[in-house]
Design a protein around this ligand. Sequence first.
Ligand SMILES: [Zn+2]
Length: 240
Amino acid sequence: MDSDWNLRRELCEIGRLVYEKGLVGGTDGNISARVLGDRLLISPSGSCLGMLEPADLVLIDQAGRVITGRGKPSSERWMHIAAYAERPDVMAAIHAHPPATVAFTVAGIEMDPCALPEVILAFGRVPVTAYATPATTEGAVVVRELIRRHDALVLDRHGSITVGKSLRDAFFKLEKLEHGAQTMLMAHQLGQTRRLPPEEIAKLGALREAMGIGPADEIASACLPPGTRIPRTGPSGERY
Ligand SMILES: [Zn+2]
């Protein structure tokens, strides 16, 4: 077997976790990883992510053509290909159907981006894409621009895509996204949600930037009054 064997095994392990944690059902969802030469290993169409074997995975090129593999590559491969094309830093991508995350879009309720500090720190903001018919090239169209600035996107009435520097990284982002959505859902069920105060939001934005996770601007535009400036924090904690 090829030199990608360890990566194939890791992809199958992550697939099992995604399935067992209920982040997909049946044969939904797909996972991919970038390999040398800008080729992608991707789960085959119609497969259950919880039951993948290393030899099942399909190796494709950036045009979606099969290089090796018996099965058909996932029908959502265009969305994955778009993510890798836009983000040279991305090494793995997971498309899943996290239930609470998707429920907010079905209900037409915005998941308040200014309530959970750990979610703000990790993602800044998680945009919801326009609706796209699943398993078509429309997925690539709605993802392409937003994925340039975000590691997690919610696909309207459908699911999510999370990207990362490794399969684990993309998986942890998926899990964190859904965990945040479940927490917000419970808060809605309890009857109210509360935003963090602006000064705490600003601190999280500065921290996010100082830790090198991502820019603070998205948080400011989503949660703070127009014109609010988030102070930058230097390596020694100095503000400027
Ligand atoms: Zn899907």
